[in-house]
Design a protein around this ligand. Structure first.
Ligand SMILES: Cc1cc2nc3c(=O)[nH]c(=O)nc-3n(C[C@H](O)[C@H](O)[C@H](O)COP(=O)(O)OP(=O)(O)OC[C@H]3O[C@@H](n4cnc5c(N)ncnc54)[C@H](O)[C@@H]3O)c2cc1C
Length: 490
C-alpha cells in the first residue's frame, strides 16, 4: 500500500514517519526548496542563522515532546525559567514570574508580581479582566466551546474596561497574529487553562540552534532510511477525483503521481486552489474558504553591543513587535558579541506592504525607547523575513470550520495545524497531534488496525481539579444557609 503525502512541513513529515512505521510505503512531495515548512531556519549569505520566526515550545506540547523523543530531537529544546518580561519605556521591565505554588495560586502570585512594575494600565483595570479569564477554571468543556461564538475582547468588555486586556494583548497577538477584538474567546481561554495549569507548564523552551536545524534533517533521514521518498520543488498543482476517490495528483503542472492513499499536509490556502470544482458540492471542502490569512513578519537585528541580559521571552505593548527574545542570551554559545533580537511582528496586516527599511526603522525607534542601551549601539545588520509566514485567523466561529482529518473522499486525508484538534488553534503541537490523528484513522480505515498515537495533556493539579466542585459546593452551601435564615425569620 502506498501513500502520497503532499507537503513537507512538520505535520507532513510526522505523518510520513508514522505511516512508514505502520508498514505503508510513503512518497512525500514538497513545493518549497527546503523541508520543514514554517517551523524552519536557514543560513544567510554571511552564514548567519535566520529563523523563519521565533518559535517557543511549552511542556504541554505532550505529543510533540513524545515525537521529538522518539526521533532523538528532544534534547535540542532548551528549557528556560517560568518568567515573561514586559519591556517598558525607559528600560523599566515588569516581570510575570511564576513560582512553584499549586495552581492556580502560582498564577495569582505571578500576576501580582507583574502588576508591581507594569505601567501599561492602572492596576484596577486589570482586575475586572481577570473575572472571565479566571472563571475559565470553573467552566465545563461545553461552556468553553460556546465561547467560540464571541471574541476575547467582547467577553472581557462585559465585565470591565477594554484596557483590562492590555496585559494579555502581546500574548494574544504572538499566538494568533490577531487582535483580541477578532480572536475567538474559546481559543484564548483554552490557552490560559494550559499555561496556567501549573508553574511548570508556563516554562518556555527554545530551539538550541536554528529551528529547522534541530529537527528537519533527522526526520528526512528517518524517512529515507526506511526507504520512503521525499522530494523538494514538487508543487502539487491539481488533484483529480473520480467516483469519490482521488485518482492521481499532478505535480508542477506536468507529472502525474498515483497512490492508494493521499494525505494533504498543505495549508487550507494552498489546498483549496487545487481541488477539483466538484469537491465544493461538499460542505466539508466549502469550509476551507472560511479560512482567512493572519499575516506575520519576523525581524532579526544584530547589534554590536548588549542591550539586555534577559534570557527568556519579552512581551511589548504598543509596538509593531509583540513577542521577542535576545538570542545572544538565550543561546550565548551561538550568538556571540552583541545582542541579536529575534522578533515576531504581528498582526502584520498594516505593515506587510511597507518596505523592509521602513519596518526596520520603526522597530529600531521602538527598541531605543524600551532599551536605552540601544541608543549607544550600532546595528551590524538586520533581516526582515517575509517567506513562510502567517497562520489562519481564529476569529469567532472558526473552530467549527476546521476539517476533520478524514475527508468525504475514500482515500483522501487532511492533516496540518489548521485541521480539527482540541489542543490549540494552531502551532507545532497541533501539527503533530493532527499527524498522529491522521495516521490513526488511516490505520483503522485501510489496515483494520487500532493504534493510539496521541496522548492527552492533563494538568494533574489537585487544587485546580478540586476548584470546580469546591466552588459550586461552597455556593450551594451558602444558598442553603441563606434559605434557612429567610425561612427562620418567617
Ligand atoms: C511567525 C510564526 C511564529 C510561530 N511561532 C510558533 C511558536 O512559537 N510555537 C508554535 O508551536 N508554533 C508557532 N508557529 C506555528 C508553527 O510554525 C506551525 O504551526 C507549524 O509549523 C505548522 O506545520 P504544518 O506542517 O501544519 O504546516 P506548514 O509548516 O505550513 O507546512 C505545509 C507545507 O506544505 C507545503 N506546500 C504548500 N503547498 C504545496 C503544494 N501545492 N504542493 C506541495 N507542497 C505544498 C509548504 O511549502 C509547507 O512546507 C509560528 C508560525 C509563524 C509563521
Amino acid at each position: 500500500m502506498k501513500a502520497l503525502i503532499m507537503g513537507g512541513g512538520m505535520s507532513g513529515l510526522a505523518t510520513a514517519i508514522n505511516l512508514l512505521d505502520l508498514g505503508i510505503d510513503v512518497s512525500l512531495v514538497e513545493a518549497d526548496e527546503i523541508f520543514g515548512g514554517r517551523a524552519n531556519s536557514w543560513r544567510d549569505e554571511d552564514g548567519d542563522m535566520v529563523d523563519n520566526a521565533l518559535h517557543v515550545f511549552f511542556p504541554y506540547y505532550v505529543n510533540l515532546i513524545q515525537f521529538f523523543k522518539k526521533m532523538g530531537i528532544y534534547d535540542n529544546i532548551l528549557w528556560k525559567n517560568t518568567e515573561f518580561y514586559y519591556a517598558q519605556p525607559g528600560g523599566k521591565n515588569a516581570v510575570l514570574k511564576f513560582i512553584d505554588l499549586p495552581a492556580p495560586l502560582h498564577g495569582v502570585y505571578g500576576y501580582m508580581h507583574l502588576l508591581k512594575d507594569y505601567r501599561g494600565i492602572p492596576r484596577w483595570k486589570f482586575l475586572p479582566a481577570c473575572v472571565p479569564i479566571g472563571s475559565a477554571f470553573l467552566m465545563s468543556k461545553e461552556k468553553i466551546n460556546e465561547y467560540d461564538k464571541v471574541s476575547m475582547a467582547s467577553l472581557v468588555y462585559r465585565y470591565g474596561p477594554l484596557d483590562g486586556l492590555k496585559l494579555m494583548e502581546p500574548g494574544v497577538n504572538g499566538l494568533t497574529f490577531t487582535p483580541s477584538y477578532a480572536v475567538s474567546a474559546k481559543v484564548m481561554l483554552n490557552w490560559v487553562l494550559k499555561v496556567m495549569g501549573s508553574a511548570q507548564n508556563a516554562r518556555v523552551g527554545f530551539a538550541n540552534g536554528g529551528l529547522g536545524e534541530i529537527w528537519v534533517e533527522k526526520c528526512v533521514d528517518y524517512i529515507k532510511n526506511k526507504e520512503g521518498e521525499a522530494s523538494l520543488k514538487k508543487e502539487v498543482t491539481a488533484i483529480n477525483v473520480e467516483d469519490g476517490k482521488v485518482q492521481n495528483v499532478v505535480v508542477n503542472g506536468e507529472e502525474s503521481l498515483e497512490a492508494d492513499i493521499y494525505v494533504s499536509a498543505m495549508s487550507p490556502f494552498a489546498l483549496r486552489k487545487i481541488l477539483p470544482e466538484s469537491a465544493y458540492s461538499y460542505e466539508y471542502f466549502r469550509d476551507l474558504w472560511h479560512f482567512e490569512y493572519a499575516p506575520s513578519l519576523s525581524l532579526q537585528i544584530w547589534f554590536d553591543k548588549k542591550l539586555t541580559d534577559v534570557d527568556v521571552t519579552f512581551f511589548a505593548n504598543d509596538c509593531i513587535f509583540n513577542t521577542f527574545a535576545d538570542l545572544s542570551n538565550v543561546l550565548p554559545h551561538i550568538f556571540k558579541g552583541g545582542s541579536m533580537f529575534e522578533m515576531v511582528l504581528s498582526p502584520a496586516d498594516h505593515i506587510r506592504g511597507l518596505p523592509d527599511n521602513v519596518i526596520f526603522e520603526i522597530a529600531l525607534e521602538q527598541i531605543k525607547s524600551l532599551f536605552p542601551a540601544a541608543k549607544e549601539a550600532s546595528v551590524r545588520k538586520y533581516k526582515v523575513v517575509r517567506e513562510r509566514q502567517g497562520v489562519y485567523r481564529p476569529y469567532p466561529g472558526m473552530e467549527s470550520r476546521r476539517p476533520f482529518q478524514r475527508s468525504p473522499y475514500d482515500n483522501l486525508y487532511l492533516t496540518g495545524d489548521f485541521t480539527q484538534t482540541s489542543v490549540s488553534s494552531g502551532g507545532m503541537e497541533a501539527a503533530i497531534w493532527t499527524a498522529n490523528k491522521t495516521s490513526e484513522l488511516i490505520a483503522a480505515d485501510k489496515l483494520a488496525k487500532k493504534v493510539s498515537l496521541n496522548v492527552e495533556f492533563e494538568p494533574n493539579e489537585p487544587l485546580l481539579k478540586a476548584m470546580r466542585p469546591l466552588t459550586y459546593g461552597f455556593l450551594g452551601l451558602m444558598s442553603l444557609v441563606l434559605a434557612r435564615r429567610i425561612f427562620k425569620k418567617r
